[in-house]
Design a protein around this ligand. Structure first.
Ligand code: FER
Length: 303
């Protein structure tokens, strides 16, 4: 537009060349993937700061018809949570070696989010940290790879949709529509987020997978209807460490999304299968949530 509006300006040939070099450099230095988020977390993004308002962590117990038992989850309420307002909700899922405590122990999401609120970078939201191993004994002990335990991560779809979400929506001040519901997780929880989020587009508009595990459905099963995904998703986020041996599960999903022109963010950063990558995923993804989405956002970011 700039160039268009100055088309009557006379530019000498050597100036023209400079302009051309300038434009090319601009493109190479990020113009291609003009972005609305910072590529790297700010320094100390996960360090507790003094003198800032803090969110509050509730422990809840809900009746699960899916598991036929009472299940525990944590709920992080944003600083200044008020019954006078209604909030959107992010459901944040753990990995195969963890349970509802995993994020709080290893990822300190409450610290990351408190800091983001203090910097005015987050839309106020409730974050729910459930146990994604939907079986009676849902502890992360013993052999977590046992087929029965792995299968329980699939059973969690019913628990989430039919038991947990209704509980949250009757006990907290929640905006109850798909555009006010996000689902994200790490590893097994990333696979669950893709499987359940993309499989229930009537329930979720924001989906994030950090280092998605082999439980991620094959792309054709995950997104049988590319047009529906295009129409309904606000943000679809895939991130992974470049040294993660599970990288191919993110990669194959990304390739399918690209092939079908489904807007998404593919964010590959230096790292393995660990909380450095997952914390950065939460930091980046949470800032996009429940805000207007710029198409400039979508693309691949290989750091
Ligand atoms: C597997 C390798 C890794 C697998 C799951 C994982 C179900 C999950 C890892 C994690 O959640 O951190 O083969 O199969």
């Amino acid at each position: 537009m700039e160039i268009e509006s100055h088309k009557h300006l006379k530019i000498k040939p050597n100036k023209m060349k400079n302009l051309f070099v300038c434009l090319i450099s601009l493109l190479l230095c990020g113009g291609i993937n003009a972005q609305d988020f910072e590529k790297q977390p700010a320094a100390n993004f996960d360090q507790e700061r003094t003198g800032i308002p803090r969110g509050k962590i509730d422990t809840i117990h809900y009746d699960s018809k899916a598991v036929d038992t009472v299940r525990r989850a944590f709920v992080y309420l944003p600083p200044g949570y008020s019954e006078a307002n209604n909030y959107p909700v992010l459901y944040l899922l753990h990995g195969i070696g963890g349970d509802e405590e995993e994020w709080l122990r290893g990822g300190t999401p409450h610290v990351i989010l408190d800091n983001l609120y203090a910097d005015g970078k987050l839309e106020p939201m409730i974050v729910v940290l459930p146990n994604g191993r939907a079986m009676k004994d849902d502890r992360a002990g013993g052999n977590v790879m046992e087929p029965e335990k792995v299968a329980a991560f699939a059973t969690f779809e019913k628990d989430l949709l039919n038991d947990l979400i209704p509980f949250i929506e009757t006990n907290y001040r929640v905006i109850k529509d798909r555009e006010s519901r996000a689902l994200a997780g790490l590893s097994m929880g990333g696979g669950q987020s893709l499987n359940f989020g993309l499989g229930n587009l009537d329930s979720f508009a924001w989906v994030g997978a950090f280092s998605a595990a082999p439980n991620t459905k094959a792309p054709e099963a995950l997104i049988p209807d590319p047009q529906a995904a295009k129409d309904l998703l606000k943000v679809l986020w895939l991130s992974c460490g470049d040294e993660d041996r599970l990288l191919r599960f993110s990669e194959r999903t990304h390739e399918y999304l690209d092939r079908h022109n489904i807007p998404h963010i593919y964010y590959i950063e230096p790292g393995g299968h660990d909380f450095k990558v997952w914390k950065s995923g939460l930091y980046q993804f949470s800032q996009l949530l429940f805000k207007p989405v710029s198409p400039k956002l979508f693309g691949s970011y290989i750091l």
